[in-house]
Design a protein. Sequence first.
Length: 113
Amino acid sequence: MHDSEGEGMSMATADSFMMNDLPDIDPEHFGHDSDAVALTDPTLDIDGDGILDSVSFQSGDAMIVATDMDGDGTADNVTMVHEDGEYEAWEFHRGEDGQPHWEQTDQGALGQD
């Protein structure tokens, strides 16, 4: 393959389109006792500070946004919006014993008062 000046151009390969590692979140089973969520390849800057801290992806029937606010490689917040409009937001904590747990900070249904 050559460009308009006769220079060689590389051809796109499957590696050119590799997806970043996505967090391992199962929306059907996520809850208080879920483990910490590794967030290794953020692609969004959700708070506008110029640092990539979040990722958005589809899993099952839910659109998920996971955010690492403190830059430690672990999601601090997870928000899920399901196909039926139900949503839930979770915040990550570690207890004094070091055990991870999630606290549900919001839930509801889009379009309902």
